[in-house]
Design a protein around this ligand. Sequence first.
Ligand code: RUB
Length: 330
Amino acid sequence: MGDEAWERLMEVSDGIVSMEIRGAGKIARSAAGALRDYADSCSATDRKDLVDRMREAAGQLYSTRPSAVSLRNGILLTLKGAELEGTMEGVRKRIMDQADEFIRSSHEALERISRYGSKRIPKGSRVLTHCNSSAALSVIEAAYLDGRVEEVYSTESRPWRQGHITSRWLAERDIPVTMIVDSAVRYFMNDMDIVCVGADTITANGAVVNKIGTSLISLAAHEARTPMMVCAETYKFSVETLTGNLVEIEDRGPDEVADPLRPEEFPGVKFRNPVFDFTPPEYIDAIVTESGVISPYMATEIIREMFGDAASMVREGSRETFQWLKDVNK
Ligand code: RUB
């Protein structure tokens, strides 16, 4: 494409790939913002050219983090129905308005989640969290301000060590925090009152896709009878899983595992680096969404609400956008 607008979009895309921009919610909001800016500034010549360019931009952003359905849903909600507008200005305005609305409502969702989730944390709790989730942290902060959290245990979260971000964030707010290595979770689990984590994707059967290690933590929590709470906006629920699609687990390659040692120093050794895993619904006590606190077994209800929306998009004639994103997802 070669124009400045595309370069700015690529900066966001590269930022997501390099993990400068990370966390399911932030990725989705950044993608929506990038699409809005691209719609505003790309040098499309007519309506069709703009629609084509927006599709290309969406495909570029969509390819960056395959496990985050939030990204796909953020893109879909930003573009939905835009190709139905009769003029280039109409297409542009609809995309910009929908991007702003997605970003606004996603902030509002976080605020609600913090209010609903904090009530689930008993007074004087020790809370374990994993990785770095803005939804989980918003709950923990609200609960702390309500006198419910005594201390937070934060896992290091190898290989990227997002636990460093979480621990600093908590310490900056004077919330007592202790950082532990991932493999110490079982050792400390009996001292925890609740586990509070985020999600990248929630499937139709109520399974939660989140940072690698979440599933092991859920097993330890289950064995210790420690409640496991997942905090997630409804746009992290996956419509496609209702019709059998599987969630792809991102594998980020060996360098992140072997760093600072290089893989070349391990001749004959293979590395695997899946960065998310599945926690089955039987190990999750509650999912806190902006629509309420639900059992994971109610995931289909949330998805059906969204599916209704998707179905109406198809009825309105937005089939193309919807189908196109489905094709990208295959
Ligand atoms: C981050 C991660 C977070 C979820 C939810 O993984 O697994 O728990 O994305 O985050 P990564 P949020 O660092 O690989 O992006 O609640 O902020 O959306």
